[in-house]
Each structure stands twice: as C-alpha cells, then as structure tokens.
Design a protein around this ligand. Structure first.
Ligand SMILES: Cc1cc2nc3c(=O)[nH]c(=O)nc-3n(C[C@H](O)[C@H](O)[C@H](O)COP(=O)(O)O)c2cc1C
Length: 231
C-alpha cells in the first residue's frame, strides 16, 4: 500500500508504521541491507518501495524523498533535475511542479521519463522508468492547499525557468502577497503534478566486492515479473 496522494506521508510516524508493518519482509539475508535470498518471494515492487523509502526516511537526515527526473526534448536532448516525491501508490509516483517549466514542456511532447532515488548511507538506488501523466486537478488542488502559504504565494510569483532581473522575483512575491491579502491562495492554473506510471522499476543494493544486487520489475501478463541483472 502506498501513500495517500493528498498527503506528504513521509513523516516519522508513517515511517515507523511502515517499518513495523513490513518488518517481516525479506531483508538483509545476502546483503547488509538487501532483500536477500528470499527475493524470489518478492513480487510487489510497491511494497518493496514502501520498505526502502521508510528505511530511507529513518536513515537520511535530509529530503529522503528527493528524486532526480530525466526528461528529453523533441531532439532527444536530455535534461535532469531534482524534485520531491510527494505521493506513491501502485498507480504511480507523484511529484509537483510548474508545468511551464522545461520539464513540463518536455513532458507535454514526450511523456517518457526516468526517475532516480539514491540513498548514499543505505547504498541503495531505485530507478523508475515510465510515462509522466498529469494528475487530476482535484489531486493537485488538495496537495497545493496543504503547502505553507509562502510556498503557495511563491508559486504565483515565479515563472519557473524564465530569465529574470535582480529583485524581480521579490517584487512579484510582494505583489502576490498584496493581491491575496486576507484570502486563500488558490492553485495557479499552471502549477500541477505528474504521476509517473512505471513500466520498469529497478532496485539496486550495494554489496561488498561489487557483488551488488539489481532486482528489476517489469509488467507481465498477470502482474509484475522480476529478474536479476548483473551489477
Ligand atoms: C532537494 C530539491 C527538491 C526540489 N523539489 C522540487 C519539486 O518538488 N518541484 C519542482 O518543480 N522543483 C523542485 N526543485 C527544483 C528543481 O530541481 C528545478 O530547479 C526546477 O524544477 C526547474 O527544473 P526545469 O527547469 O528543469 O524544469 C527541487 C530542487 C532540489 C535541490
């Protein structure tokens, strides 16, 4: 089971809950922190994702939900940036952004993208390949409403990726503050989320002597199938 899409469910309480609930999963048999010899019993990439994210929340001091997203333009020129994972479930992995940004423009023409989460202290990475599909307006509204007022005003003030002169952003922020004084800050029409609908998920666990584990999930006829690949 994944997070609610509306909530940033990466708090310590949620992490503890997940660790307890998933504590019996196959962990730590072959590798120090890996999924071990019982990996053939793991058929649900989302449950494994839950476990790893919960452990990252417990282990990483800052933004364990940071992930790098690669997109490409019409000529195939790649671009890359960090965003925050703000929801996940078997339906996909959600992040939010300004849809006028470079990533937003590229996703409009070419939905394929790759996301990578790397947790250094756990010697782990997860690579998610798939398509980035806009979330429903109601989903974006709910998440936007949960953000601090300053972040909501900032979303109105900034045209992500556009060149700007000195002081312009601060002036625009002040103007938005005045415009929305004493009332709620709604979601800008250009600010929304994308759901990554995966068609390949790789879990990488570092192990001694470069005998790293790579567990790959791809869709099969009746659900996800798994195989290992060499490190
Ligand atoms: C830790 C971290 C988290 C970030 N989270 C987000 C995010 O959730 N959404 C977003 O639009 N940008 C986020 N950014 C900024 C992006 O990396 C990037 O600068 C911005 O989205 C513009 O990207 P683009 O011009 O390639 O589209 C984050 C940056 C960092 C370093």
């Amino acid at each position: 089971m994944g997070c609610s899409e509306q909530l940033n469910c990466l708090g310590a309480g949620a992490a503890r809950w997940r660790l307890q609930r998933l504590g019996n999963m196959a962990l730590g048999v072959s590798g120090r922190l890996g999924y071990g010899r019982r990996m053939e019993t793991i058929h649900d990439p989302f449950a494994l994702f839950d476990t790893w994210l919960a452990e990252a929340v417990a282990a990483e001091p800052r933004v364990p939900n940071a992930m790098q997203i690669a997109t490409a333009d019409a000529d195939g020129r790649p671009s890359l940036r960090t965003v925050l994972l703000k929801g996940h479930s078997p339906d996909g992995f959600i992040f939010y952004t300004d849809t006028r940004s470079r990533k937003g423009r590229e996703l409009k023409h070419r939905a394929r993208l790759v996301a990578l989460l790397h947790w250094k202290s756990l010697e782990r990475q997860i690579i998610i390949e798939g398509r980035g599909v806009p979330v429903a307006g109601t989903v974006a509204d709910a998440y936007f409403a949960s953000r601090p007022r300053g972040s909501r005003l900032g979303a109105w003030a900034s045209e992500q990726g556009q060149e700007r002169g000195p002081g312009v952003l601060e002036a625009r922020f002040a103007a938005e503050e005045a415009r929305f004084a004493n009332r709620d800050v709604p979601r800008p029409p250009y600010w929304s989320g994308y759901r990554i609908i995966p068609d390949r998920i790789e879990f990488w666990q570092g192990r001694p002597s470069r005998l790293h584990d790579r567990l790959v999930f791809v869709p099969g006829e009746t659900g996800w199938t798994t195989h290992q690949v060499n490190p």
